[in-house]
Write a protein that binds this ligand. Structure first.
Ligand SMILES: [Zn+2]
Length: 218
């Protein structure tokens, strides 16, 4: 649906592909920065009516977004976090290609009970967790990274005239991968719509409060 085959030895074809690709804002529309994007609104997808109808319900289910998030993460990982994707627009109807990166955070230890991260090693400050109070802090065996995206426009008003063939091929590869990801996300959503129904479930949240209790000695 989104992915097109492009002849990567044909300069004009690649330039036309990049110039005519659908685009959307990277941040808010007043910012005017745009990047490669696809319109992922349900009505725009080539899917059977019943599937679309079900997808509207499924968008309210956290598990669905979690599952689609895995595909997004795989894309970022495959591109060394230099290229990432994100939802934008009202009701997140557009998937947008973002430039980004990954930075190493300075955390040295983590509490395995509650997940709290700490900038000190256990040698420096013991195993007690400042958040949950348990003695379950351990030193990290590998660094923690955080990925980030920039709202910078990508190839906005670019005419590609002084781009080498290799540069063009590289960019076309990224955008083709992006289109493939959009197809994969639609396929995954359609699969979930086929396999699952959306049901409502009531759940109770455990909370703590202070109450009066009669003194045991009274
Ligand atoms: Zn803890």
């Amino acid at each position: 649906m989104f992915k097109k085959e492009i002849d990567k030895n044909n300069r004009e074809e690649m330039v036309a592909f990049l110039k005519n690709h659908y685009r959307y804002f990277t941040m808010r529309s007043w910012n005017r920065s745009t990047s490669y994007a696809n319109n992922m609104k349900i009505y725009n997808l080539h899917l059977p009516f019943e599937t679309k109808d079900k997808l509207y319900d499924m968008l309210e289910v956290d598990d669905v977004w979690f599952q689609l998030g895995i595909l997004k993460e795989e894309f970022a990982m495959a591109h060394g976090y230099q290229w990432q994707v994100g939802w934008n627009g009202r009701s997140s109807g557009y998937l947008v290609l973002y430039s980004g990166g990954r930075k190493k955070l300075d955390y040295k230890s983590r509490c395995i009970s509650c997940g709290q991260l700490n900038y000190k090693t256990t040698e420096e400050s013991g195993c007690r967790c400042g958040r949950c109070g348990k003695d379950t802090r351990v030193n990290l065996t590998s660094p923690v990274y955080q990925s980030y995206t920039t709202g910078k426009s990508i190839d906005q008003d670019e005419d590609f005239e002084d781009w080498s063939l290799e540069e063009l091929q590289e960019r076309v590869d990224v955008v083709m991968d992006f289109d493939q990801l959009c197809d994969d996300i639609v396929a995954e959503a359609a699969y979930m719509a086929e396999k699952y129904d959306v049901e409502e479930e009531t759940y109770y949240v455990e909370k703590t409060r202070k109450v009066l209790a009669e003194c045991k000695s009274a």
